[in-house]
Every structure is written in C-alpha cells, then in structure tokens.
Design a binder for this molecule. Structure first.
Ligand code: GRA
Length: 386
C-alpha cells in the first residue's frame, strides 16, 4: 500500500490548483450570481488536457488516469463546484462512455471535440417520473429502418441548453424490460425537434440545468452506443464513473469550507483573542479535518481501483460518493457556524459553498440510493460490483 502520489500526480495537482486559484476562484461568486457559464474556461481546461485524463493519447487524451482526474476535479471544485459539474460532463459523463462503448467512428467524431472543450456535453437519464428509478424512464427511440425516432423528455439535465452533444438513454423496445434500453449519441446542434427550457436552482448556478424535450428527433443508426439493448449496462457503468467525480467534487468543496474556517478562526478576534482559541470552534475544525481526510482516502481508493482496471467497483465508489456527500454537507454547516454573519453574507464564498454542498446528497444517485447499494451488498442481497 502506497499512500504517496507519484511525481506526475503531484505536478498535475499543482497545475490544477494554480489554474483554479487564478482562473476560477476570483470570479466564481460573480459567475454564480449571474448564472454565467464560462465557456472560455471550459476551453482553457480542455487545452490543459484536464478532460482527457481517462482517454488514451490516440484519441487526444493524456491517459494520466482516474486518480489524476480525481485530483484535478478536487481542485476545480475547491474553487467552484459548478465547474466541477462541467468537468464531469466533458469527461466521465460523455467522452469516456463514448470511448468505452463507441464504434471507432463515434470515437473519432465525438471524443476530441468534447475533451478539448470545443463541444459541451450532457447526458440524459433523469425524467420527470424517473429519478432514482432509472428503469422507469419513458423516452423511446423507435427503429425506423435507417434511423431511430426519439420522443420523450429529460429533466434536471446539466448543460441541457448549452450542449452540442447528448448521451441519451431511451427504450428502443419497452416490452423487453431492461434489455430494451439503449444508449445513443445525439448531436443536439444538428437535430430538428429538440427543445430546451432552463431550470433555476438553489446553488451550483454557473452550471446550467434544464429540460430537454425530444419530438420526433431522428438519430442515425450508427449513433447507438455499444449494442442495441446495452443501455442499462452503459448507464450503470457510466454512473459508476461519474459518481467518482461527485466524490472528488465533494472533497474539494469540503476542503474549501475548511480553508475558509481556518482562515477566519485565525483572523477573527472576539473576547480579546482569535476565535480559533475557543474549543467549540476547535472541535468543528478537528471534525472537518478528519472527515475530509477520510472522504479523500475513500475517493482516492476508488480512483486507484479504476486505474487498476476495476471499473465495476460500484461498492467502493458508493462508499466514497455517499461519505463525501455527507462530509461536505457537515463541513459547509460548520463553516457557516464559524463565520456567522460573514458566512451568511453573499459577499463571501461560504454562502455559495453552503448552497452548493447540498447537491452532493442529491445528484448521481442520492445518499439513500448509495446506502441502498451498500446495504444490499453487505447483506448479501444484491452484489454491487459487477
Ligand atoms: O437482470 P436484468 O437484466 O433486469 O438487469 C438488471 C441488472 O443486472 C437491471 O440493471 C442491471 N444492472 C447492471 N448492469 C450492469 C444493475 N446494475 C448494473 C451494473 N452496475 N452494471 C436492473 O437492476 P436492479 O438491480 O434491479 O436495479 P434497480 O433496482 O432498478 O435500481 C438499482 C439502483 C436504485 C441502484 C439504480 O437504479 C440507481 O443507481 N439509481 C440512481 C440513479 C442515479 O444515480 N441517477 C443519477 C442521474 S444523473 C445526475 O445526477 C447528474 C448529475 C451531474 C453531476 O453532478 O455530476
């Protein structure tokens, strides 16, 4: 067991930290307030190779691995949790699934534009009546000979109204149950019949969210990902990679909460001394520090396993995603208590951290879904890793 990062990983983390501190952190509050999605920053991250960590060099990636991607994600989220979501959409949620399951033609057409940031990606799983219950989705993609005809609506889709490419999940055959779901790569920019509607939300506001409505949208036959009927396999394996991004994002955001708390504890004086001298604040700092470290180790372990080829490590990924989601919520609450009115004020980033933190108990499988996966596995009822 080696708990040290190698020199390449340390250099990658350093580069990501510098980038996040200079290019993202100074603007993150304003972007959030203005609901602004900084496409130029997505392009810059693409140029630096951030989105290509888990993509081989022959497709334009850096092949630096899941742990490298985790380190970068953590640093981005420390500056802006919104841009962490954007990161996930360019890499794990789209490009990586296209690499893993796509034909050579799909790989060549979509991976480079996504990981370079030229095209913005999204994925369409959730529907108005299918959130945790993925298989309840109603969107259909009916076989019309040389193309599929897609009808249905997706909601809470990150990047819905700014994306060029969508990895869409739909039933090509409702009667066939889980074998009747397929995954499709949809060119949103070239498709007729797609409408979008933006949705507002409590936090993560510089990551656009919306509805995607498909009315008789033609998708070429060649844009099926994997085999027809592979949708369930692809959706769950894809979620297993995107949940790692969530875990890393939660760790990064929790670290931002701790950083702000430590700085304030050392600067702020009350009753003639720095408030870090008060044991009630010390307890919060200690709890945050140890919980973040534990969440980080769970996250790095899940990333390391994926780098060793264990891509089906649903159990360990759920451990990381669940725990990091709880930790960031507690860390944001503690930061708010330590900073008091300065935490509640929108002039300081802690209010944003607090609003953004709750997301990690909701997205990519709620905390309850992660606990279900873990409990069923531990009880011997349903094996998580497959
Ligand atoms: O036996 P079968 O042929 O019926 O197939 C079953 C099973 O073998 C079928 O799915 C197959 N399957 C898998 N196949 C390959 C299940 N897991 C896997 C796998 N890992 N690999 C149904 O299986 P089941 O066990 O009966 O599933 P279920 O009870 O219907 O659901 C299980 C569960 C609740 C865990 C699942 O539905 C789930 O994970 N739900 C959560 C959905 C979720 O995470 N949504 C996220 C939406 S995207 C999002 O939040 C974007 C955020 C952006 C960001 O912040 O980054």
């Amino acid at each position: 067991m080696d708990f040290e990062l190698n020199d390449d990983q340390k250099a990658i983390r350093e580069m990501a930290r510098k980038f996040a501190e200079t290019e993202i952190a100074p603007h993150a509050d304003r972007w959030d307030e203005e609901h602004f999605f900084p496409r130029d920053v997505i392009l810059k991250m693409g140029e630096l190779g951030f989105f290509g960590c888990i993509i081989p060099e022959e497709y334009g990636g850096t092949n630096s691995g899941f742990l490298a991607m985790t380190l970068i994600t953590e640093e981005i989220s420390r500056a802006s949790s919104s841009l962490r979501v954007a990161f996930n959409m360019q890499s794990c949620g789209t490009a990586y699934s296209i690499y893993r399951y796509g034909t050579e033609e799909l790989r060549r057409r979509y991976i480079e534009p996504l990981i370079s940031g030229k095209w913005v990606g999204c994925f369409g799983i959730t529907e108005p009546n299918a959130g945790s219950d993925v298989l309840a989705m109603k969107t259909t993609a009916l076989d019309k000979g040389d193309h599929f005809l897609v009808n249905g609506s997706k909601t809470w889709i990150t990047n819905a109204h700014v994306a060029e490419v969508c990895l869409l999940y739909a039933y090509h055959d409702r009667e066939a149950g889980s074998k009747g779901m397929s995954a499709f790569v949809v060119d949103l920019k070239d498709s007729v019949g797609v409408t979008t509607r933006p949705l507002d939300k409590l936090g993560t506001r510089s990551s656009p969210t919306g509805e995607l409505i498909f009315e008789d949208v033609r998708v070429p036959k060649g844009n099926v990902l994997g085999q027809l009927g592979d949708g369930v396999k692809i959706v769950f394996s894809s979620l297993n990679q995107t949940r790692l991004s969530c875990a890393a994002g939660a760790v990064g955001l929790a670290q931002a909460c701790l950083d702000a708390s430590i700085q304030y504890c050392n600067e702020r004086e009350q009753f003639g001394q720095a408030i870090g001298n008060f044991q009630m604040n010390q307890e919060m700092i200690a709890n945050m520090a140890v919980e973040i470290e534990a969440a980080r180790l769970l996250t790095y372990r899940a990333a390391y396993q994926k780098d060793q080829g264990q891509l089906g490590n649903t159990l360990e990924t759920s451990y990381a995603k669940y725990f990091a989601g709880e930790v960031v919520a507690r860390a944001a609450h503690s930061a708010m208590k330590i900073l008091g009115a300065y935490g509640y004020s929108t002039e300081y980033p802690v209010a944003r951290y607090y609003r953004d933190a709750v997301l990690y108990q909701i997205v990519e499988g709620t905390a309850n879904i992660q606990k279900t996966i873990i409990a069923l596995d531990r009880l011997g009822i349903r094996k998580a890793n497959r």
